[in-house]
Design a protein around this ligand. Structure first.
Ligand code: PRX
Length: 641
């Protein structure tokens, strides 16, 4: 039996949701009267220009929340705080990799957002247009998101680690009118040449009229006359007044591309009112946010975690949200602990991969830092192995801080399964119970709940406010990817089990999606990148258990006729994938083989390859072999069905 950690009486006393009774009362109300529940919260927690006509409309599989209601996400994240004691509160607390600091108050943030919104307006951009944002972690990245939201320009942030090729595919799919970027970004003391990648990507993107470049590193970059503009030049003399557009609750706030089971990334579409309410409420329920907290989510805004828990959730809730530009181990492996100590961080939210890397670097790095300001820790992105959980709990939280292990996805918009820290006793490795309004379950392929402690498919029975509304320009794929396999429910693509207390244990993906350092990668996407290489005939890619990153990319490759030097070609192919997708997708292993195992119909049997890379590997304490075999079995069931 797993160890249980109930919340301490001191934590419960000050918590927003107190004890299991508190949690169950909310959960029951949300399950029994969802429209009243969410309607009341939307009214109380967000500011609307106009009230909605219906809380919820459900035309399966397409949901609408608060349709007809009018609001603005940027207004809710910034303007509404100006009339309160938060006017001069720090909204964004930022530290650059080289140690520069910026503290941007809500009032200052309002000025920056209005100015940049006017810059965008000045380029003729308006509600319904699309912006691609490709920047490093500087405050202007958050400003760019909020300025787009202010005008109703749908933004799509592309993580700065993606290559020019990957960027181009996203610009083209979105048919963006503008690209917002920077001359570069700092990472481990080196410049990441963002503008160069943008220039390379723009060949074949006729929709892009303007490129706006924020000067971050001072690098010399070519500027194309008429198309490229410096942010600071457009900003000169611009007005600080820019009223927020009154947008429909279902207006698309952003599109975020994520990997699916085919080679083509999916453009996950999130809209305004429901998404904002979901992220706003989870700040309170799961992070138990208090006005005096400094909240630090270490993700990059290029991923959904950064959208929801660096920008929209914390700012809507009026928090001080911290943003750090650089690498966790720069200049030394104690950078995170230094930052916690320096800024008195109260709530710290990171990934199991980061924790495992810290464990490997040794206890001398956190030791000696005063982290007594911490009161709550969080985790996201991948299964948290109990040994790493215990280290986090003891070394970082000093056995005082609950850990909220939060399960969710790009598609879900916000946290779905996670403990309310003043209510739900913790079990290391489990996300515990769903938040109110989330009817999660573990079922078989017929949709029947499986018995306690049996593995099955993780599903959610009813749409919640933050759910993705569709896939950009592909509602058919939306239906087919999430709603068709098991009738009438949202299929999350993961394997899970529930224990005798109803707690959820997430076991991994059952589809062709890998999870490397908490980043989602599609096996097919890497395979298509590999077969573009002139030497490669066929490729099959699988996730291989990895002690630090959870999974690593392993590739099986057959070659075209020729005289190849395997060592050189292996290295060349690794670089090739980094060039086609991004360096975070670089394979750990390339294995050359004469043929690939296939079914009679010619489908590559990835699950066999998964077994090969699994049983060959040195097992750490990360992914137990047992869990992986479950995933393999369940994916086989899906394949054979
Ligand atoms: O497999 C699950 C894993 O990450 C996937 C979602 O990835 P993405 O859309 O990139 O969003 C990541 C951040 C929300 C899920 O399908 N995952 C996420 N959180 C957890 C997790 N697996 C286990 N435990 C978690 N807490």
């Amino acid at each position: 039996m797993a160890n249980m950690y109930p919340p301490s009486p001191e934590f419960v006393k000050r918590a927003r949701v107190q004890g299991m009774e508190g949690y169950l009362a909310l959960y029951r109300k949300a399950a029994e009267q969802p429209e009243e529940f969410w309607g009341e919260l939307a009214e109380k927690e967000l500011e609307w220009f106009e009230k909605w006509s219906h809380v919820f409309e459900w035309n399966p599989p397409f949901a609408k929340w608060f349709a007809g209601g009018r609001l603005n996400a940027s207004y809710n994240c910034v303007d509404r705080h100006l009339a309160t004691h938060r006017k001069n509160k720090v909204a964004i607390l930022w530290e650059g990799e080289s140690g520069e600091q910026r503290q941007i108050s809500y009032q200052e943030l309002h000025r920056l957002v209005c100015r940049f919104a006017n810059v965008l307006k000045g380029r003729g951009l308006k509600a319904g247009d699309r912006a691609i944002i490709y920047m490093g972690m500087v405050p202007e990245l958050a400003v760019a998101l909020l300025a787009c939201a202010r005008l109703g320009i749908t933004h799509s942030v592309v993580f700065g680690g993606f290559s020019a090729e990957a960027l181009r595919a996203r610009i083209q799919d979105l048919e963006a009118q503008v690209v917002i970027t920077a001359d570069g970004a700092w990472r481990r003391g080196k410049e990441v040449r963002l503008k160069d990648a943008v220039d390379e990507s723009l060949a074949g993107c006729p929709s892009v009229r303007d490129v706006i470049v924020y000067r971050r590193v001072g690098a010399g970059v070519p500027m194309q006359e008429g198309r490229d503009h410096w942010w600071h030049e457009l900003d000169e003399g611009v007005s600080e007044v820019c009223p927020a557009e009154e947008l429909d609750s279902e207006h698309p706030l952003f599109v975020l591309y994520t990997s699916g089971t085919t080679g083509k990334p999916k453009g996950i579409v999130h809209t305004t009112g429901g998404y904002l309410l979901h992220t706003h409420m989870t700040m309170q329920w799961v992070f138990d946010l208090r006005d005096e907290d400094t909240f630090w989510c270490t993700a990059d805004i290029g991923w959904v975690t950064g959208h929801s828990y660096i920008v929209y959730g914390p700012l809507s809730a009026g928090a001080t949200t911290m943003m750090y530009e650089g690498a966790p181990d720069f200049p030394q492996p104690d950078r995170f602990w230094r930052l916690i100590e320096k800024y008195w961080v109260n709530i710290f939210y990171t990934s199991p991969t980061a924790i495992r890397a810290f464990i490997r670097q040794g206890d001398q790095w956190p030791n000696g830092h005063d982290m007594s300001s911490l009161r709550l820790l969080g985790s996201v992105g991948e299964p948290f192995n109990p040994a790493a959980w215990e280290w986090y709990y003891k070394m970082i939280g000093k056995e005082r801080c609950p850990i909220v292990d939060t399960w969710w996805q790009t598609e879900t918009g916000g946290i779905m399964i996670a403990p309310m820290p003043g209510a739900v006793p913790l079990k290391p490795g489990s996300g515990t119970l769903p938040i109110p309004g989330i009817l999660a379950d573990v079922v078989d392929l017929q949709g029947k709940p499986v018995e306690a402690n049996k593995e099955g498919f993780l599903i959610v029975r009813r749409p919640w406010p933050g759910i993705a509304r569709t896939l950009w320009k592909d509602s058919g794929r939306y239906r087919q990817a999430y709603w068709e396999r098991i009738e009438g429910v949202y299929l999350a693509g993961g394997a899970a089990r529930r224990d005798e207390d109803g707690y959820f244990w997430i076991l991994g993906r059952v589809d062709d999606v890998m999870n490397v350092s908490g980043h989602r990668l599609s096996t097919m996407e890497i395979e298509s990148a590999l077969v573009k290489h002139p030497a490669v005939a066929e490729a099959a890619v699988v996730g291989k258990p990895h002690e630090i990153t959870g999974q690593a990319v392993a590739c099986f490759v057959t070659l075209k006729k020729g005289n190849w030097n395997h060592d050189e070609l292996g290295e060349d192919l690794r670089k090739w994938v980094a060039h086609e997708i991004g360096s975070f997708a670089k394979p750990e292993q390339i294995r050359f083989t004469d043929s690939l195992p296939k079914t009679r119909s010619g489908k590559i049997m990835r699950r066999l390859l998964r077994e090969i890379v699994t049983s060959n590997s040195v097992t750490g304490d990360v992914t137990t072999l047992e869990d992986l075999s479950v995933v393999t079995r369940l994916s086989a069931q899906q394949d054979e069905d």
